[in-house]
Design a protein around this ligand. Structure first.
Ligand code: RNT
Ligand code: ZN
Length: 424
């Protein structure tokens, strides 16, 4: 597929600038803002949330990728190489988001409560080489001590201790990542704890979870290096009736402990709008982490596309002028298509959603609203939908040195032929 050439990108961009300026939109400013917004690209799309703890890399409990498309990354080096291919096709300067199961232990069995920064030194030197930041996640799933379905909220004190220690190690790793890369590392906590059927006691596990969190976060870390975030959820497979770490639980915990909250777009009832939550949270929280995802009928973690939900989320952050407080991470996993393409599709869609939001004639719409002209508000919102966005997107890709159109797919196909297809 042929991308638009340099001259036609330049011509369309000039026209678009004129059109947008009639709507009071400064296109150059939108472009320079977009260039400063990093996505934290999740590593787990590259190997179906397998990690490198065991050669089988099997997940179990809490998380599951479906599909068996050939060519998944089997080692950290392969994963990094795939990451670099994806980065080269996504406009902007992004970050890498790693889970604890992606430790490199040189073949030695190191349990999760014994992980240390040295097991991530290759990730850190790689990030430094690319000049990107790193984010980190504790891994509370795919482990014998998670099989009961309870970790930090377990009734078994020994199980809780183990996972508290895991968290403490992960926060040290995150701190080191922040120091090494010179950019704060967000350490995100998500646990699967919950149960299939209706519990007789919803309170005790939540009390245990709160106590575990108190132990984990007792030591404060300099936010120049590391920041903690908490991610709740409505339900999961095997936790349909009760999730200990619900949205309300973490909303209350994070607010009362001055921490960051994570909103995953798949973690709410399908008719609930994540976009609508953002302005409320921004009023009371310093920072917010978004997990951009796509649930199809449930929290299915489909590849992100440019749908109304993602556009609405980006629009809300932009209207609130909050891009300095909101962090965006991708979170999905599809093993049924080329995994590098899956990364690129979701990340490009997210960047497009942000650009669309930055190009919204927000001042004009807010003015009509405040003057009470609700007819004009709706009419202009609709007319603004087909402003020449593509011309600005192409220009952004050109400035960032990545393919403007669908030709990025040819690059992925080449990579599949020369690299991925050799992985057996
Ligand atoms: C799971 C959460 C969580 C995970 C990753 C792998 O429902 O969304 O963020 O996807 O930690
Ligand atoms: Zn998530």
């Amino acid at each position: 597929m042929q991308d638009p050439d340099k001259d036609s990108i330049a011509r369309s961009f000039d026209d678009a600038k004129t059109t947008y300026s009639a709507w009071g939109v400064d296109v150059e400013r939108a472009l320079s803002t977009l260039a400063t917004i990093p996505l934290s690209l999740h590593c787990w799309q590259g190997d179906d949330v397998g990690g490198f703890e065991s050669p089988a890399g099997l997940t179990g409990g809490g998380i599951q990728a479906t599909g068996n498309y050939p060519g998944k990354a089997r080692t950290a080096d392969e994963l990094r190489s795939d990451y670099e291919k994806a980065f080269s096709l996504i406009p902007g300067k992004h970050r890498a988001n790693i889970h604890a199961i992606y430790a490199e232990t040189g073949g030695r069995k190191i349990d999760r409560d014994a992980l240390s920064p040295e097991h991530f030194s290759a990730w850190m030197s790689w990030a430094k080489k690319l000049g990107i930041g790193l984010d980190f996640n504790e891994t509370y799933f795919s482990h014998p001590k998670a099989e009961s379905g309870f970790t930090l909220s377990s009734r078994d004190r020994k199980v809780r201790d183990f996972w508290v220690n895991h968290s403490l190690r992960c926060r040290e790793i995150g701190e080191e990542m922040g120091k090494e890369t010179g950019r704060p590392c967000i350490v995100n906590l998500w646990i699967q704890d919950g149960c299939k059927d209706q519990p007789a006691d919803r309170l005790t596990p939540r009390r245990h979870l709160a106590e575990s969190l108190d132990r984990i976060f007792e030591k404060r870390v300099d936010p120049r290096y590391m920041k903690d975030a908490l991610e709740g959820k409505l339900f999961g497979i095997g936790s349909e009736s009760y999730v200990v770490g619900s949205h309300e639980f973490y909303l209350a915990y994070a607010l009362s402990h001055d921490m960051m909250l994570t909103l995953d777009m798949g973690h709410f009832h399908p008719t609930e709008s994540v976009a609508d939550k953002i302005s409320s949270i921004l009023l009371f929280f310093r920072e917010l982490l978004l997990h951009v995802s796509r649930g199809v009928r449930w929290d299915s973690d489909h590849v992100v596309i440019l749908n109304d939900e993602v556009k609405a989320v980006a629009t809300e952050v932009t209207r609130a002028g909050a891009w300095d407080k909101v962090h965006v991470a991708t979170d999905y996993f599809d093993a049924s298509i080329n995994r590098v393409a899956a990364w690129v599709i979701g990340a490009r869609a997210t960047m497009k959603a942000i650009l669309l939001a930055l190009l919204e004639p927000a001042d004009m719409l807010k003015k009509e609203e405040s003057s009470g002209n609700l007819t004009a508000r709706l009419a202009l919102m609709e007319e603004a939908r087909d402003l020449p966005f593509t011309a600005v997107w192409n220009r952004f890709c050109q400035l960032q040195g990545v393919p403007a159109g669908a030709s990025w797919l040819d690059k992925v196909t080449e990579y599949e032929q020369s690299v991925l297809s050799r992985r057996r």
